[in-house]
Design a protein around this ligand. Structure first.
Ligand SMILES: Cc1cc2nc3c(=O)[nH]c(=O)nc-3n(C[C@H](O)[C@H](O)[C@H](O)COP(=O)(O)OP(=O)(O)OC[C@H]3O[C@@H](n4cnc5c(N)ncnc54)[C@H](O)[C@@H]3O)c2cc1C
Length: 330
């Protein structure tokens, strides 16, 4: 590991100052379950590490005046499971429970989960995130890579398990910095981006900025669910996942939002699948049509065509679960 300066500020303003003093060479530390491994392997080599865990305001879960809930970025996943304020957001708790490792749930934070770096094994093997302008992935072992939005150099998948569940709930992020009192609100759906060159990251954060809070609006009368296709019951990442939000009245879908995970460099919204659901009776045929619509524009790589079928299955089963039906399958 490269030597680095370590700081543990107790306010947001101090953290911003510590970051802007060394803009571009600082990494944020939260639970450290992802960052520390990257630093040990010298894949990430900051001059300074700024630990957010001593900032009390980032460790709180509070109701908002508009009936929603604000979650500090340094709140652990286990704290979210324990919070009664978040009981109405059962699908978020369901997505956290899918991370079947007690250690990760206790140590990992919500901000870290959303900002974790891609698991792409070319990146983790030291070949860079966009290794050889994407040719390394295109010509190599790409079985876990993207099946959507993979025409450019970025072919990794976004690995957040919670982002799809939060995006269907219209979650927003509070981003602070780079000046001491600067803050902005960004829809989580707009937070991620597909990098086009090596200087860009996988999200819109600029040097000197970090995520301070995640805000969920009033839970409303939606039914939500997340379905993951996994190889086993351990803590490994799913192959594909989908989150669904439905508003069903008298058996007819009045509103729907579908977001897939682990299929593209960002969480992947499928308006085509939503279109197949909205205004239709919630039947087996409608659900199958939504699954098929979700994969219509898939562009699998040489070794991951199987993920297209899994993406379809994820959407169909997430919709079934949101509707209160058994997901089906084995
Ligand atoms: C063995 C193993 C298995 C794992 N399995 C899973 C899994 O199944 N599902 C899963 O989702 N994750 C998994 N992870 C990844 C990771 O541990 C979790 O996502 C965890 O929630 C990350 O949170 P953290 O607080 O530990 O993040 P950290 O490691 O502290 O940070 C992760 C990244 O996010 C950045 N960051 C952290 N907080 C902020 C913030 N507030 N603003 C801006 N940037 C920030 C950091 O700079 C760093 O780049 C796994 C990790 C390991 C080691």
């Amino acid at each position: 590991m490269k030597a680095f300066e370590y700081a543990a500020p107790s306010t947001e303003a101090e953290a911003i100052e510590l970051m802007t003093e060394r803009a571009g060479t600082v990494e944020i530390l939260a639970g450290g379950t992802d960052l520390v491994g990257l630093m040990k392997q010298m894949l990430v080599n900051p001059d300074r590490v700024v630990n957010l865990m001593e900032i009390r305001s980032l460790r709180e879960i509070e109701p908002t005046p508009s009936g929603g809930v604000s979650i500090g970025a340094a709140v652990s996943l286990e704290q979210i499971l324990d919070s009664h304020y978040l009981d109405p957001y059962a699908s978020l708790k369901q997505a956290i429970n899918n991370i079947s490792s007690m250690q990760l749930r206790c140590q990992g934070t919500l901000g870290g989960e959303l900002c974790q770096r891609p698991q792409c094994w070319f990146f983790r093997g030291g070949h860079g995130l966009l290794g050889d302008d994407g040719r390394a992935v295109a010509q190599g072992d790409n079985r876990y890579h993207a099946v959507f939005a993979n025409a450019g150099p970025a072919k990794f998948v976004n690995n957040s398990r919670l982002a799809p569940a939060l995006i269907v709930r219209d979650a927003r992020l509070r981003i602070v910095g780079p000046s001491p009192d600067a803050e902005q609100w960004v829809d989580l759906a707009d937070f991620y981006r597909i990098p086009r060159h090596g200087e860009q990251r996988e999200n819109v954060l600029r040097a000197g900025q970090f995520v301070s809070h995640i805000e969920l609006p009033d839970p409303g009368s939606f039914q939500c669910a997340t379905y993951e296709v996994r190889q086993g019951a351990g803590p490994e990442y799913p192959l594909t996942a989908a989150a669904a939000r439905l508003n069903v009245q008298s058996g007819v879908v009045r509103d729907a939002k579908i977001v897939l995970g682990h299929v593209a460099p960002t969480p992947w919204r499928s308006e085509d699948a939503e279109h197949e659901l909205i205004g239709k009776p919630l039947t087996a045929e409608t659900i199958e049509a939504a699954g098929l619509a979700a994969i219509r524009l898939a562009t699998p790589l040489s070794r991951n065509e199987y993920k297209v079928t899994l993406a379809q299955v994820s959407v169909e089963r997430a919709v079934r679960m949101a509707a209160g039906l058994p997901p089906g399958g084995f």
